[in-house]
Design a protein around this ligand. Structure first.
Ligand SMILES: Cc1cc2nc3c(=O)[nH]c(=O)nc-3n(C[C@H](O)[C@H](O)[C@H](O)COP(=O)(O)O)c2cc1C
Length: 327
């Protein structure tokens, strides 16, 4: 089994869960500034898309800075040949590993037979893993999935995946049906660790779902015997998560500006002379996430939602600071 960088990681492993539209390069670079996780994942990319007319668009999430290493590219697909070709491309691009998404409930992803749809087709899931390994024999291959489609299917689904000798397996402790909302079933973690010990003792198991703090992540790892944890929504607006620090308000406001400046730098080719560009609005979800839990946060958030570029965001923050000084 090719373990690659996974074999060199110290445990417990703590990482940011891949989130499409959220964990882009600017977001990841903020964690390099304030507290690096053990691994970065890209947002997922379509294996089919990479070999279609939309290739240029699909390649965008595969940009990374070497400082982010180890970094894993996440793919989704339902055609083993496309996955094999994609794996070759990912190896050429210099990634440290390949992760296959087998848990995404998005209708467009499932419609193609990818993401969570694969939970209903273990045979195809296995073929995809084998083809991906074949496309990049030197890279470790991992899978991120859920505990089942409509119900707990660990005994068949997770055991079946473990038979493929993956370097790592991330389990989001919810079924496809549960989407993101009902509490994650962490009580199943130990059972999955036992299955791993029986079927594929080298495979690292990472748990995922509802982790909110660094302390909680450590406790869950200790209690369950998992090798690590992936944190998704809990790290948005919190690049300090892995350093276990709580920023004060000025530090938080400084981070908003830094995040916007990094985002600008990565989009400078699209930027007009007025500092505006079409992707700018997508940073507002981060502005939203940063502006929580302090006095006046809502007012600041409301003004940040209206800005058109980073210069206006800075002005909104300056006005907020002036107003706060006078209260
Ligand atoms: C906006 C959003 C985008 C996501 N995109 C991906 C993705 O591209 N690949 C993936 O494996 N999971 C994706 N997920 C699922 C997360 O990685 C994670 O499994 C889920 O959010 C549960 O973890 P959490 O409770 O810590 O957020 C996404 C989740 C959200 C909320």
């Amino acid at each position: 089994m090719e373990m690659g960088f996974w074999g060199k990681l110290k445990r417990p492993i703590m990482a940011v869960a891949p989130m499409s539209g959220v964990t882009d390069e600017a977001f990841r670079l903020m964690f390099l500034k304030y507290g690096k996780p053990d691994i970065f994942w890209t947002e997922f990319v379509s294996a089919e898309g990479l070999f279609s007319e939309g290739r240029k668009f699909c390649l965008k999430p595969l940009k990374f800075n070497p400082k982010e290493r180890p970094i894993v590219a996440q793919i989704f697909g339902s055609n083993p040949i496309d996955c094999q070709k994609t794996a070759g491309l990912i190896a050429e691009l210099g990634f440290d590993g390949i992760d296959i998404n087998m848990g995404c409930p998005d209708r467009n992803v499932e419609k193609q037979g990818s993401g969570a749809a694969l939970i209903k087709d273990l045979k195809l899931a296995k073929e995809i893993i084998r083809a991906t390994k074949k496309g990049a024999p030197m890279l470790p291959v991992s899978v991120k999935t859920r505990i089942g489609y409509e119900k707990n299917e660990i005994e068949e689904w997770i055991a079946g995946l473990l038979e493929e000798n993956l370097a790592a397996l991330t389990v989001h402790f919810r079924t496809r049906k549960e989407l993101y909302f009902s509490p994650a079933h962490w009580e199943l973690a130990q059972e999955i660790v036992k299955l791993r010990d029986k079927i594929s003792p080298e495979t690292l198991i990472l748990g995922n779902g509802d982790v909110k703090t660094f302390l909680q992540a450590n406790q869950l790892i200790k209690e369950t015997g998992l090798d690590g944890v992936l944190i998704g929504r809990g790290v948005v607006g919190n690049p300090w998560f892995f350093s276990d620090k709580s920023p004060n308000v000025p530090e938080l406001l400084k981070a908003i500006v830094e995040h916007a400046e990094i985002f600008d730098e990565l989009h400078k080719e699209d930027m007009g002379e007025d500092g505006c560009y079409k992707q700018f609005d997508s940073i507002k979800k981060h502005f939203h996430a940063y502006t929580k839990g302090f006095r006046g946060a809502k007012e600041l958030r409301d003004s940040l939602m209206k800005v058109k570029n980073t210069a206006e965001a800075k002005k909104a923050i300056e006005s907020f600071l002036k107003l706060s000084e006078n209260i």
